[in-house]
Design a protein around this ligand. Structure first.
Ligand code: ADP
Ligand code: AMP
Length: 216
């Protein structure tokens, strides 16, 4: 099964995608993670994307579609994928349609997570992750079970994203409203959109997603 998790930054897409990877063996395709890896590797793509990401603007459709297209050719993706952070513009939605047709793949669900704007800022400014395996946490909503130790890999090193500050977050939310939210009707017209209350606790959001994937 192939799905898109759609929602503003901080809505919980990465949290839910990580869990779907563990529980269902689906593959998380986060264009944000791919771009951060390119920045860390100082590749040409990373060098081009870094300043744009630091400002909370959107990287060009061509660049991000290029890295996604390569990733979609991975053998593991055939197990089913979760798109997290892509598409983010009408151009990307059209590019995705073309890519999937070329690769003989289809899209089964678009799950929209809706969350109030103040809660998004609160979630993003409190977000941190394991520096070793990438597992995500929050200062108040999702602490590791043992203080300062990753639940997944026991690492004691954590990191915060440079773009997770209030000023950049506000710009990322503006970008979402202006460029990403308008693509929802495109998928509604295909009859594959389900909307979930992303304000609910993590476990409840998980249960709602399970219900959609199991056809309930
Ligand atoms: P996104 O991938 O959509 O940007 P994340 O999954 O990284 O968002 O979630 C942002 C932050 O909010 C993380 O620190 C995460 O632990 C926390 N979080 C995710 N879902 C919820 C939820 N339903 N309730 C409270 N906090 C949440
Ligand atoms: P995310 O990890 O999804 O919050 O993305 C972090 C940043 O990476 C965004 O603020 C953008 O600068 C960039 N980015 C990630 N995905 C895309 C995309 N699909 N299109 C354009 N820019 C993207």
């Amino acid at each position: 099964m192939n799905i898109i998790l759609l929602g503003p930054p901080g809505a919980g897409k990465g949290t839910q995608a990580g869990r779907l990877e563990q529980d269902r063996g689906m593959v998380q395709l986060s264009t944000g993670d791919m771009l951060r890896a390119a920045v860390a590797a100082r590749s040409p793509v990373g060098l081009e994307a870094k300043a744009v990401m630091d400002a909370g603007d959107l990287v060009s459709d061509e660049l991000v579609t290029g890295i996604l297209s390569d990733r979609l050719d991975g053998e593991d993706v055939k197990q089913g994928f979760i798109l997290d952070g892509y598409p983010r513009t009408a151009g990307q939605a059209e590019a995705l349609e073309r890519l999937l047709a070329e690769k003989g793949m289809s899209l089964h669900h678009v799950i929209e997570l809706s969350v109030d704007e103040d809660a998004l800022v609160d979630r993003i400014t409190g977000r941190f992750s394991c520096a070793s395996c990438g597992a995500g946490y929050h200062d108040r909503y999702k602490q590791p079970a043992v203080a300062e130790t990753c639940d997944v890999c026991s690492s004691t090193n954590f990191k915060r994203r440079p773009d997770d500050n209030e000023e950049t977050v506000r710009n990322r939310l503006l970008e979402y409203r202006a460029k990403t939210a308008p693509i929802i009707p495109y998928y509604e017209a295909k009859g594959i959109v389900s909307r979930i209350d992303g304000m609910a606790p993590i476990a409840e959001v998980e249960a709602s997603i399970e219900c959609i994937l199991d056809g309930g």
